[in-house]
Design a protein around this ligand. Structure first.
Ligand code: SER
Length: 895
C-alpha cells in the first residue's frame, strides 16, 4: 500500500466516523512554549485547555512533525527519525477511551488489514479502565496487554500543558528481529515491537508547579507514525525501505560508488534532507539560536555524512528537489518555496564544505595529540565551533565515534570569553583604556536615575583630575553600554562631554574641566534632554527594527552589535544575504506601523528566567544579573534591555532606513534614523511614496480607460473612494511643491495605502477579464458563418489577437454547445508569443479525430509546446506570424 493511500485511508476512515478533516499546521507552532511542532495535537492545545472553543467536536489530520531527541539514533535503528508525519484523530469533549480504542483497532485490523495476532497494547499501569477495554471489549488476550509506567504511557506535550495516560499499540515483527532477552516486550529498545499508534486520553493540564489539574472537558489525541505503518504495510521492517525514503536513498547512491542502500549515513542523509526541506519551506533559516540552530545542525550533520559516504561535491540541493517532488502533492508549500529552499541549502552547504575539511584536519591532529587522555580540549571544541562552524553536538558526536570526550567545561568557558569580548567590542578602545586605568575598587555602583529624570541633585564621590572624570553618588547620566552612547550635559555649569560605565557599574562623567568641582560637594547634574530624546527614539526604534527584521527575514536574525546615538542608529545582525529593496521597504513599513500605533512601551523588572519565559529575546553578548529589565511593546516585541526608551512608540515619529550593507560573512548592517532626525527625511519618504503611488494611479487609470473602451459598466466605486482619489491627487502635488503641511498629511494618509490601490487594481483587472470573457463567448455565435466543412466535419479555425486562454475556452464552449459536433482550432497572438486551443467533440473522437494529434501538427509549424488529450489540447509558441500557416496545415490534415 503506497503511503499516499495510507494517508487517505486514515482520513477517510475518520471522516466516515464524523471527524472533520483539517489541514496539518506548520512546523513552526504558534505556541511560544514549544520550539517546533512535535505532534498533531499542538495546533489544538488551546482547545484541549478550554481556552478556545472548538469549531468541530472531532477532527482528523496528517501532521508533519520534527523531534530532535532521537537524532542520534536515526539510521542506527529501524524506526527513529527527526522529521515524520503523524496521522491523528482528535476528540474535543466528544468521545473518550472506549471509542478511541475501538476506532484504532477497527482501522488497523480491518481498514489496513493488519493481522490481529501481531498486535499488542500497552496501557498506563494505573489505568484499569483502558486495560478492561482492551480485554473485555476488544478481546485482546491478556498476555498481549501490558501495563507500562509513567515514562512510557503517560503523555504530555511539554513540561506544562495538556496531558494524560495513554495506550500504545505495538506491532510484533517477530522474535528474530528482537534482542532475545527474556523480558523483551513492548517498550523494549530493540526492533522487535514497533510502537505504531499512541492514543492519549487527555485529562489534565500540568501547571508550572507540576500539579495535574483535571480538565473540565476531556479529550482524545492520537498519533500514528506514517512511516512506521508504511513499513509494516509495505512488508519491510524499517522506515527507510518504504516508498517515503527509497527514491531519496536511490538518488543519494548516484552520488557515491556504493551499492548497499542500508548504510546508516545514507539513511541519516535521507532523514535530514526531508527535515531541512520542510523546515525551510515553513520559513526557518539557518542560525545560531532556536529553530535556526536546529536547522543548521541538521544540514551540517547531513553534509558530514555525505562526506562519510565519499561524496565530493555539494549534493543536498538535488536531494531537496527530490523531497519537493515526492511530497509536494501533500504539502504544496514545498513547491511554492522550492527556490528559496534550494538557495538556503546551497549557501549553508557551501559554507560548511569550505571549513569542514580544515576542521576535520584540526580534529584529527588534536585526536592524535590526545591519544592518551582521549579528551578534546574545550579550546579546540570552541575553535571548531567558532572558526570552522562545527555545531558542538557534531563535535561531540565525532569525538564519541572515536572514543573521545569533549571537555565541556572548557568549551563553556571559551564561549563565555567570546561573549565577553563581543560585549566589550561595542565600546571604543581608547575609552576602555581610560576606564581600565582608573582605580575604582573602592567605589560603589552608581545609582542611575535617568530612566525617570533628566536632572537631579547629587554628591561628588570621586574626582580623577588627570582623566577629567567625575563620579557621583547618583546621576541621570547614562553611561555608554548596550550600544547606547553616553549622555552629555552639565554638572553645575561644567560641561559633561561623555559618560562611561565601568564593568562594576560605576558611572563616569567625562568633564571639560574639573576646576570648581570638589569631592563631597553637592552639585546639580543635568543631561542634554533633547539629545537624550533623540537617543531614546533611536533606541526604541532599534527594538522595533530587530523584531521587524525577524518577521520579514526569519528567526535566524539575531543582533550581533548596535550603535544607538542621537544622530542615527546602527544595527548589525546575522543574515546570510543582502536584503532586497522590497524587504527593506517591508521592514520600514512594519516599524512605522508600530509607531503609528502609539503603543505604550512597558518596562518591568523580572527575574531572568521569568523574562525568557515571557518570550524576551536575549541579546547576544549581554550579561544579565538576577533581575533584568524587560522592555515590552505589547503584541510586538519583548527584549531585555538596560537602555533608555520612549514612553510610547508614537514619540518615535518616524523611521527610515538609510543603508543596508555587509559587515562580514553572514553579518549585515543597517543604518537608520528615527525621531526628529527622521522628520528631515519626511520629504525623501514622501517622494518615494509619491513615485509608487503615482505608478499605481497610472495603472489604475489605464485599467479604467480600458474597461470603459470595452463598454463595461462604470466602475462601481464608493463615494469615499472617489473622494480619496481626488484628495490623493492633490496631495501628490503637494510633494512637488514641498508644501510641508500637506506632505505630512499625504504621508499620514497614504503610508501603507499602496495596498488599497493595489486591491483596486487587482479587482479592476479581474472585472476586465470577466467582461472580455463574456464578450468572447457572446461573439462566438458570430463565427458560425466562418465554420467550414472538411470531410463532413464542421471545423472552425480562427486567429485572435490578445485573447487569453480562458477566452479561447469560452469561444470553444459556445461553439461546441451550438454545433454539437465540431472541431475548433483557435489561436491567439501576443507580441512575441502565441497560445492555442484545439477541441474535438466526443462523437468525432470516436471517428478517430484527436485534439492531441492536431496540436502536434500545429506546434510543428509555430515551434513550441502543446499537450492534452483526445478531446482538448492547449499549448503555446514563440512565433505569432506563423499562426495562419499552422491553422491551414491543421485543416489540410483533416481533408
Ligand atoms: N500526542 C501524542 C504523541 O505525540 C499522540 O499524538 O505521541
Amino acid at each position: 500500500m503506497k503511503s499516499s493511500e495510507i494517508r487517505n485511508r486514515f482520513l477517510k476512515y475518520f471522516e466516515g466516523k464524523g471527524h472533520k478533516i483539517l489541514p496539518g499546521s506548520s512546523l513552526v507552532p504558534t505556541d511560544p512554549t514549544v520550539l517546533l511542532t512535535l505532534a498533531g495535537m499542538l495546533q489544538f492545545k488551546p482547545i484541549f485547555l478550554g481556552e478556545e472553543k472548538p469549531q468541530y467536536k472531532t477532527a482528523t489530520t496528517v501532521q508533519k512533525c520534527l523531534r530532535m531527541n532521537d537524532i542520534e539514533n536515526v539510521g542506527k535503528t529501524a524506526r527513529h527519525l527527526t522529521f515524520f508525519e503523524m496521522l491523528g484523530n482528535f476528540s474535543f469533549g466528544d468521545y473518550f477511551k472506549k471509542e478511541a480504542i475501538g476506532f484504532a483497532w477497527e482501522l488497523l485490523t480491518e481498514g489496513y488489514a493488519l493481522p490481529r495476532e501481531k498486535l499488542s497494547a500497552a496501557v498506563f499501569e494505573k489505568d484499569d479502565e483502558a486495560y478492561a477495554i482492551w480485554k473485555d471489549i476488544i478481546k485482546l488476550p491478556e498476555n498481549r496487554i501490558f501495563r507500562l509506567d509513567e515514562e512510557n504511557n503517560f503523555w504530555s506535550v511539554g513540561p506544562t500543558g495538556p496531558c494524560g495516560p495513554c495506550s500504545e499499540i505495538y506491532y510484533d515483527f517477530g522474535p528474530e528481529k528482537g534482542c532475545g532477552k527474556p523480558n523483551c516486550r513492548p517498550g523494549c529498545d530493540c526492533d522487535r515491537f514497533l510502537e505504531v499508534w499512541n492514543l492519549v486520553f487527555i485529562q489534565y493540564n500540568r501547571n508550572e508547579k507540576e500539579d495535574l489539574i483535571p480538565l473540565k472537558v476531556r479529550g482524545i489525541d492520537t498519533g500514528m507514525g506514517l512511516e512506521r505503518l508504511a513499513s509494516i504495510l509495505q512488508g519491510v521492517d524499517n522506515n527507510f525501505e518504504t516508498d517515503l525514503f527509497v527514491p531519496l536513498i536511490k538518488k543519494t547512491l548516484t552520488f557515491t560508488k556504493l551499492q548497499d542502500p542500508s548504510k546508516a549515513s545514507l539513511r541519516i542523509v535521507a532523514d535530514h534532507t526531508r527535515a531541512m526541506t520542510n523546515l525551510i519551506s515553513d520559513g526557518i533559516y539557518p542560525g545560531n539560536t532556536g529553530r535556526g540552530y536546529v536547522l543548521r545542525r541538521i544540514i551540517r550533520r547531513a553534509v558530514r555524512h555525505g562526506k562519510l559516504l565519499g561524496i565530493q561535491k555539494p549534493f543536498l540541493v538535488d536531494l531537496a528537489k527530490e523531497v519537493v517532488a515526492e511530497m509536494k502533492d501533500v504539502y504544496p508549500v514545498l513547491a511554492k518555496r522550492e527556490k528559496i529552499i534550494c538557495e538556503v541549502i546551497q549557501t549553508e552547504e557551501d559554507n560548511f564544505l569550505t571549513t569542514l575539511k580544515q576542521g576535520m584536519e584540526l580534529f584529527n591532529k588534536i585526536m592524535e595529540q590526545h591519544k592518551a587522555d582521549k579528551i578534546i580540549p574545550g579550546e579546540t571544541a570552541f575553535k571548531l565551533h567558532d572558526t570552522f562552524g562545527f555545531p558542538i553536538e557534531l563535535t561531540r558526536e565525532i569525538a564519541e565515534e572515536n572514543g573521545f570526550k569533549v571537555d565541556e567545561q572548557g568549551f563553556e568557558k571559551a564561549m563565555e570569553g567570546q561573549k565577553e569580548r563581543a560585549r566589550e567590542a561595542g565600546i571604543p578602545a581608547e575609552k576602555k583604556e581610560k576606564v581600565a586605568k582608573l582605580d575604582l575598587s573602592k567605589l560603589k555602583t552608581t545609582k542611575f536615575l535617568g530612566y525617570e529624570k533628566d536632572s537631579s541633585d547629587a554628591k561628588i564621590i570621586k574626582i580623577f583630575p588627570e582623566e577629567k572624570i567625575v563620579v557621583l553618588d547618583k546621576t541621570p547620566f547614562y553611561g555608554e553600554s548596550g550600544g547606547q552612547v553616553g549622555d552629555t550635559g552639565l554638572i553645575n555649569d561644567i560641561r559633561v562631554t561623555d559618560t562611561l560605565l565601568s564593568p562594576s557599574g560605576v558611572i563616569l562623567h567625562v568633564v571639560e574641566k574639573v576646576d570648581g568641582l570638589k569631592e563631597k560637594a553637592k552639585v546639580k547634574a543635568t543631561i542634554d534632554g533633547s539629545r537624550r530624546a533623540a537617543i531614546k527614539a533611536h533606541h526604541t526604534a532599534t527594538h522595533l527594527l530587530h523584531k521587524a527584521l525577524r518577521e520579514v527575514l526569519g528567526d535566524h536574525v539575531t543582533q550581533s552589535g548596535s550603535y544607538v546615538g542621537p544622530d542615527k542608529l546602527r544595527f548589525d545582525f546575522k543574515h546570510f544575504q543582502a536584503m532586497k529593496p522590497e524587504e527593506i521597504a517591508k521592514v520600514e513599513r512594519i516599524v512605522n506601523e508600530q509607531i503609528k500605533r502609539k503603543c505604550k512601551v512597558d518596562v518591568s523588572q523580572k527575574s531572568y528566567d521569568e523574562a525568557i519565559k515571557m518570550g524576551a529575546m536575549a541579546l547576544f553578548g549581554e550579561k544579565y544579573g538576577d533581575k533584568v529589565r524587560v522592555l515590552d511593546i505589547k503584541d510586538f516585541s519583548t527584549e531585555l534591555c538596560g537602555g533608555t526608551h520612549v514612553g510610547s512608540t508614537g514619540e518615535i515619529l518616524f523611521f527610515k532606513v538609510l543603508s543596508e550593507s555587509a559587515l562580514g560573512a553572514g553579518v549585515r548592517r543597517i543604518e537608520a534614523v528615527a525621531g526628529q532626525k527622521a522628520k528631515v527625511n519626511v520629504l525623501y519618504q514622501a517622494k518615494s511614496l509619491k513615485a509608487e503611488v503615482e505608478n499605481l494611479l497610472k495603472k489604475y487609470r489605464a485599467l479604467q480607460a480600458e474597461k470603459e473602451s470595452l463598454g463595461g459598466k462604470q466602475f462601481n466605486e464608493t463615494g469615499i473612494f472617489q473622494i480619496e482619489l481626488t484628495e490623493l491627487e492633490s496631495l501628490v502635488n503637494a510633494v512637488d511643491n514641498q508644501d510641508s503641511v500637506n506632505v505630512k498629511k499625504f504621508l499620514d494618509h497614504f503610508r501603507g495605502r499602496e495596498e488599497w490601490l493595489e486591491e483596486r487594481i487587482v479587482k479592476s483587472e479581474k472585472e476586465i477579464r470577466d467582461i472580455k470573457l463574456k464578450q468572447a463567448s457572446g461573439d462566438a455565435s458570430s463565427y458560425l458563418s466562418e465554420v467550414k466543412e472538411i470531410a463532413e466535419v464542421k471545423v472552425l479555425a480562427k486567429e485572435f489577437e490578445g485573447h487569453s486562454m480562458q477566452m479561447l475556452r469560452a469561444v470553444s464552449d459556445t461553439l461546441q454547445n451550438q454545433l454539437k459536433s465540431c472541431i475548433v482550432v483557435l489561436a491567439s497572438a501576443f507580441p512575441g508569443r502565441l497560445i492555442f486551443l484545439i477541441t474535438v467533440t466526443k462523437d468525432l473522437i470516436e471517428k478517430g479525430y484527436s485534439a492531441k494529434k492536431l496540436a502536434d501538427i500545429f506546434t510543428q509549424v509555430v515551434g513550441g509546446k502543446g499537450g492534452g488529450k483526445e478531446a482538448k489540447a492547449e499549448g503555446g509558441g514563440k512565433d505569432p506570424s506563423k499562426i495562419r500557416e499552422a491553422l491551414e496545415k491543421v485543416c489540410a490534415s483533416l481533408g
